[in-house]
Design a protein around this ligand. Structure first.
Ligand SMILES: [Fe+2]
Ligand SMILES: [Fe+2]
Length: 302
């Protein structure tokens, strides 16, 4: 069963616009089937980002979404037609409210944005987000506002929910977004600030459907590996600005569905049982004897 699932190479937030020698990012590709990238590869330049992803993946499939930074220096979504063409030219599957089946796995994705609920009352709808993104109407400056971002999030979330609802097959479902889907994807100490509101929304209602096997996101610049009760695993593997996330793993590979180890218990515990047999019967009478026994069992030395 495990062999039938594609191995996903998961990356995001390479932010190659911030490093002096972007071509130096050339990790030896891991053993993977599909490269999945959750956005923010190259600020304001989606085609350049797609070329990077193609270079990394070689001949293999690439699935990605645009991050907020890919929208910079443009009108919100104004660059999307150009980005779709560029992605197609690179053989990269760009998801923006789309669904695709690849190697027996279903992918849906979108940039997503956020609802700013985690910011509490620290932000106002008319306030600018600080992103260098323009909107067609609304403010005198024409810059993206909190209110316009929330509206865009609601549109993209509705489309995402529709796509998740359409998923009825046995194949795994992977959601790819740039923004995060759960409050635990940001630091609790940031709750009630712009940073939390700008990073994640509480999409538990969608997660609780139990239809999603894996949710890959980016944007928060800290690594996330979190199962939620519905069975969905939320994963984020961002490099961060100037590769600042020290937990970034440039060869992180995972399958889209957790597969239980169905080997008999005795087989799964074979190594432990062998060590226990070699250590002899457990009959310590002092703390020192107990420690020696446990050290022998684990193979550790003082
Ligand atoms: Fe980012
Ligand atoms: Fe971002």
């Amino acid at each position: 069963m495990t062999d039938a699932l594609p191995r996903l190479w998961i990356l995001s937030d390479l932010h190659l616009e911030t490093v002096p020698h972007p071509d130096a990012f050339a990790p030896t590709p891991p053993d993977f089937d599909i490269l999945v990238c959750a956005g923010d590869v190259w600020r304001a330049d989606p085609p350049r980002g797609f070329r990077v992803l193609r270079r990394l993946a070689g001949e293999k499939p690439v699935v990605c979404v645009l991050g907020n930074h890919e929208h910079w220096n443009s009108v919100l979504n104004g660059r999307l037609p150009e980005a779709r063409k560029a992605a197609q030219a690179c053989g990269v599957t760009l998801l923006q409210g789309d669904m695709v089946m690849l190697l027996g796995c279903r992918f849906v994705g979108t940039t997503l944005w956020t609802d700013y609920a985690l910011a509490g009352d620290t932000v106002e709808p008319d306030e600018e987000t600080g992103e260098d993104i323009r909107i067609a109407t609304g403010t005198s400056s024409g810059k993206l506002t909190i209110g316009a971002t929330i509206a865009q999030h609601q549109v993209e979330l509705a489309r995402l929910a529709e796509l998740v609802d359409q998923h009825t097959g046995p194949e795994p479902l992977v959601v790819v977004t740039h923004h995060a889907p759960h409050p635990d994807c940001v630091r609790p100490e940031d709750y009630g600030t712009f940073f939390a509101g700008n990073g994640a929304s509480d999409l538990s209602a969608l997660l609780d459907t139990g239809r999603i096997d894996l949710w890959v996101h980016g944007h928060v610049h800290q690594s996330v590996n979190m199962p939620v009760p519905s069975g969905t695993v939320i994963r984020c593997n961002p490099a961060g600005t100037r590769f600042g996330n020290l937990d970034f793993d440039d060869t992180l590979v995972m399958t889209p569905r957790w597969v239980p180890d169905r080997r008999p218990m005795r087989e799964r515990l074979a190594r432990t049982l062998a060590l226990a047999a070699a250590a002899g019967p457990y009959a310590p009478t002092t703390w020192e004897e107990d420690k020696r026994f446990m050290d022998e069992l684990s193979g550790e030395e003082d």
